[in-house]
Design a protein around this ligand. Structure first.
Ligand code: DGL
Length: 283
């Protein structure tokens, strides 16, 4: 199959979470055209079955590849755990990059070998996560204390996020991790970087007098991995981002509310001119 270095890169998530990965890809590869799908009609993925998530991911991959994207980034830990194998089987010649909670960098950073992992229920229950956790627990003698943050994605998706409700939810979820003494926290869902500051503050308030926890977010690592694969396959854009006429573009699509995604792009990434279109994916 022939791919074109000038083609766009497809990135998707259940909602706005994948934008926390897109921002790193855009910063590292400003000459690339990026296309983003928020599958907002189906958010949150973390509370759906693996079959349902896989079916959504296949529809999105079919759409993106029919549009000629040169690489696909599954900017969602939950979708990666559920569907990356099926996506790679269906599209063996394409570059498909997934995300997984950063247990490995966390184990390397932790001084006391206790790491807290925040992720969706579906990610933590997945075979992929369980295998990774077992392997790294043995190899690094690290204790991983996992917490499924049910309801957190929905709160982050709301534009009028109520600060008190968020603090309360986080306090409940971080309490167990603080009691276990974790000095490192993994953000195992791409929505969570958008409330990173609240996570840091609530966690610090639960551990008075102790040093701030190290936070692990794998968004940058995923962007760097994408860059390496594009170079290796000679698919990196030949445009020069310094010339505004040649720099990359960003366009977004949503299976949910167009106005909502538009305002979130503006609020979270200051992309007020990014075109947003409605997308229907027939199953
Ligand atoms: N942002 C996604 C993740 O990284 C999933 C959120 C959801 O829809 O539950 O896991």
């Amino acid at each position: 199959m022939i791919f074109d270095s000038g083609s766009p890169i497809g990135i998707f998530d259940s909602g706005i979470g994948g934008l926390s990965v897109l921002r790193h890809i855009h910063a590292l590869l400003p000459a690339e055209h990026l296309r983003y799908i928020a599958d907002a009609a189906y958010v949150p993925y973390g509370e759906k079955s693996e079959q349902e998530i896989t079916a959504r991911c296949m529809l999105i991959a079919d759409y993106f590849f029919s549009q000629g994207v040169k690489a696909l980034v599954v900017a969602c830990n939950t979708a990666t755990a559920a569907a990356i194998h099926n996506l790679r089987t269906a599209y063996p010649e394409h570059i498909i990059i997934g995300m997984e909670p950063g247990l490995k960098p966390a184990a390397a950073c932790s001084n006391n070998h206790v790491v807290g992992v925040l992720a969706t229920q579906r990610t933590l229950q997945s075979e992929k996560y369980q295998r990774l956790r077992e392997q790294l627990s043995q190899e690094t003698q690290t204790r991983f204390v996992a917490q499924a943050c049910v309801g957190l994605v929905n709160l982050i998706e709301q534009t009028d996020m109520d600060a008190d409700e968020l603090q309360q939810l986080l306090r409940g979820y971080l309490q167990v991790i603080a009691e276990a003494g974790a000095d490192t926290l993994v953000l195992g869902c791409t929505h969570y970087p958008f409330v990173r500051e609240s996570i840091e503050n609530v966690y610090a308030s639960l551990r008075p007098g102790l040093a701030a926890a190290t936070i692990i977010d794998t968004g940058i690592a995923v962007a760097q991995h994408l860059q390496r694969l594009l170079i290796q396959e000679q698919l990196q854009s030949q445009r020069t981002a310094e010339d505004p006429a040649q720099s990359g573009s960003i366009a977004a699509y949503t299976t949910g509310d167009v106005t909502h995604l538009h305002s979130m792009l503006n609020k979270l990434l200051q992309l007020d001119n990014c075109p947003v279109s409605a997308l229907q994916l027939a199953s």
